[in-house]
Design a protein around this ligand. Sequence first.
Ligand code: RVK
Ligand code: MG
Ligand code: MG
Length: 297
Amino acid sequence: MTLKSKFLGCILGVGIGDSLGRRWEGSFGPAMEEIERGSQVLRYTDDTHMTLGVLESLIACKGLDIGHMAHTFVKNYEEEPYRGYGPGPPRIFRLIRRGEGLLNLDRGIYPGGSYGNGSAMRIAPVGLLYHDSEELRGKACSASEITHSHELGKEGAALQAYAVALAVKISRLDVDEFLDELEKFAENSTYKKKLRAMRTLDREKRSEVTTKLGNGIEAFNSVPAAVFSFLTAKSFSDAVLYAISLGGDTDTIGAMTGAIAGAYYGIEGIPPEWIDRLENGRYLERLALELLRIGES
Ligand code: RVK
Ligand code: MG
Ligand code: MG
């Protein structure tokens, strides 16, 4: 499979997982057959909107520039504030707009900074661009820090970026090897413990899955669920629909699962009718291709 197919699959995967999961956010978890019913245009939320910001900034700067990325987030938020942002980021964007600095603004809102999943949900383009680089962890943590500087928030973003990078690099999935790599990469015991638990969890026992891995708004309660949804699925659609069927923060777990699964299965693995129905799909595709060009130059 080509890198082009994987970049496109990953970025479209974010938008599709996010928009399919949107109407189930906060639910107990719909049956997989229920998820699509009644939705025509697949409208995305803050997860994809912020991923667009990460893409736009990485492309404009040919790599990570924190100041540029922060101001891109602010501009995009001001243009489309209705995308369903989490509680913290809009407050941070107002402070940035007022010129009150760039770093650690989340610490004025949450003790030790935010460990919400808002930085992991947008990190896929960093995982793509740095998939073959030692710099991946540092870049993911820096991109997280704009809004999520808590160790658990940064680690969630780094782990999600690394899962995307691994999915880009492999052509055949070996679940144990994939988990070995993630466990070696993880530095924090909360994540390590959840990665270990995945080895023996039964996918069909959803309440046990959500009890052990979580399905909430915190990075450590959603990145593991996304990784597990990908690892136990037979296809892109199986991964994304299963992720949403876990309930809770369904748009975000859907988006993160879509990113990893899209990076593995490529654009050819995504049902074409989902691609056709995705809001701004052509723009997402264009940015994915531009990111690929930056990576190759
Ligand atoms: C609405 C205690 C903390 C914490 C800390 C909790 C959109 C808080 C997307 C906080 C995603 C929540 C989601 C979210 C993304 C974080 N102590 N609790 N140190 N740090 N929390 O505000 O961008 O859906 O309960 O940074 O991460 O679809 O309200 O937002 O689902 O995590 O929002 O953290 O949210 P925030 P975010
Ligand atoms: Mg959202
Ligand atoms: Mg969400």
